[in-house]
Design a protein around this ligand. Structure first.
Ligand code: ADP
Ligand code: ZN
Length: 419
């Protein structure tokens, strides 16, 4: 499917979109009600562009209709529930049918194939197993491809390393922050691939990981509401992430006006699932910010490419009146080679101006007792960050291995400001 010519691909998408709209209209009361309010009926969807006639859906709909108000398929077709990790609030619940699981597995397998992973590879799945989609998503994707899967889940880093060595693990799937536990993966392992996602990470982070560990760091994207990891992934040309748009139809909208934006413009990513039944999501607003690229990818895949997700709109910080994303700070920090990829952003209210501090670890090699050396480094870090965000935070250089580590999605921002 990855290489399907564009014309039949669009025809397939339209067919599946029409099917999904009819399916949801007949089965999901909230969707039907919203369509009726707009005077839209399934037969009005005659072209892909007609998708703009349909109402949006949001995370709050899933919360308001908790636990299963947006379920499409009858209960006897539901085989599994997943819940989002609730990074940004109360969790939501997504019922899946067997077909949904197959669609999801298909996306994960296509990502792994694109990364060059094959039968014979040993895949350590260090994403959490359970309600979170990371573990089971990569698990079924890896098995489907014929990899030898090690379902170790998150945590217990020492055992992770031991089994990685003993079993000759060649690929690991986990959050980029968990991978960066400060272990030298180059020694005594056969590790060649990292499959990283579930949280925003930057090109600079990818370069740091590849330089420090000698593996190839692949990007995988997904979300519980739309299935799980494997909605999109980066090909070796690194033009961005190919979206498996035969299953997940993407749009980019202006988050304020809600108008669709043309390819090439940055806005909020919106997905419509076009082959799922358990919870058909129509025009689901992901809160993730990106753009669809206009260029074709040299790999030959026809599936549209989006920029890597460097930010979710919920993560935007307003500091001293300026909009700042944690990814911008990460990019600045990691341009300084003496800085380790471990940092924390701390915000506090004070009587005058809010305090804005960035704590960042220095690499073992660069850490020193020489105050002049450290002061010089601090200035360079400040300049690198300042040149991107235009603000002057307090930079605190800290010793290696002193900031908190994470086993799943990392929390980098400590915002203690009075709201
Ligand atoms: P939650 O919203 O509770 O974190 P999920 O566990 O379903 O729910 O996580 C999905 C979200 O994780 C996405 O909407 C996105 O913000 C983030 N995410 C997933 N993969 C990536 C990735 N490769 N790059 C950046 N962000 C990602
Ligand atoms: Zn490509």
């Amino acid at each position: 499917m990855d290489y399907m010519p564009v014309e039949p691909l669009r025809a397939l998408q339209l067919h599946r979109l029409q099917w999904t709209v009819k399916y949801a209209y007949e089965r999901v009361p909230l969707f039907r009600k919203r369509c009726e309010e707009r005077g839209v009926r399934p037969e009005h969807i005659k072209t892909l562009a007609d998708i703009k006639l349909l109402p949006f859906s949001k995370k709050t709909d899933l919360r308001d209709e908790y636990p299963m108000g947006l379920r499409g398929a009858p209960m006897d077709e539901i085989v599994r529930f997943h819940c989002s990790s609730g990074t940004t609030g109360k969790p939501i619940c997504i019922p899946n049918t067997m077909q949904d699981i197959e669609v999801w597995k298909n996306g994960a397998m296509r990502c792994l194939t694109m990364y060059g992973i094959r039968a014979g590879d040993v895949l350590q799945v260090a994403y959490g197993y359970g309600l979170f989609t990371g573990g089971l998503g990569l698990h079924y994707g890896g098995e489907g491809l014929g990899c030898a899967v090690l379902p170790i889940s998150g945590g217990n880093t020492e055992r992770q390393i031991m089994l990685m060595r003993d079993l000759g693990v060649t690929a690991i799937a986990c959050t980029p922050s968990y991978f960066l536990q400060g272990v030298d993966f180059r020694r005594d392992t056969k590790l060649r691939h990292g499959i990283f996602g579930a949280e925003p990470w930057t090109d600079e982070m990818r370069e740091t990981i590849e330089r420090e560990t000698g593996i190839v760091a692949h990007d995988i994207y997904g979300l519980t509401e739309i299935s799980g990891p494997g909605v999109a992934g980066a090909c070796p040309h690194r033009t961005g992430l190919h979206i498996w748009e035969d299953h997940f139809y993407p749009e980019i909208i202006d988050p304020d006006t809600l108008e669709p934006l043309p390819d090439g413009e940055v806005g909020e990513l919106v997905f419509t699932t076009i082959s799922r039944c358990g919870t058909p999501m129509i025009r689901y607003r992901t809160r993730d910010l990106t753009r669809l690229r206009t260029e074709k990818c040299p790999c030959g895949r026809t599936m549209r490419v989006m920029d890597r997700i460097s930010a979710r709109s919920d993560d935007m910080l307003i500091i001293h009146g300026v909009n700042v994303f944690p990814g911008q700070i990460e990019a600045g920090l990691l341009r300084v080679p003496e800085v380790a990829p471990h940092y924390q952003i701390v915000l506090e209210s004070t009587d005058t101006l809010d305090r804005f501090e960035i704590k960042v670890e220095v690499t073992d090699e660069a850490f020193s007792d020489d105050i002049r050396h450290m002061e010089n480094l601090r200035k360079r870090v400040l300049d690198a960050v300042k040149s991107i965000i235009g603000l002057t935070p307090k930079i605190s250089l800290v010793e290696p291995n002193t900031l908190p580590r994470s086993e799943g999605k990392i929390k980098r921002v400590i915002d203690n400001r009075k709201k």
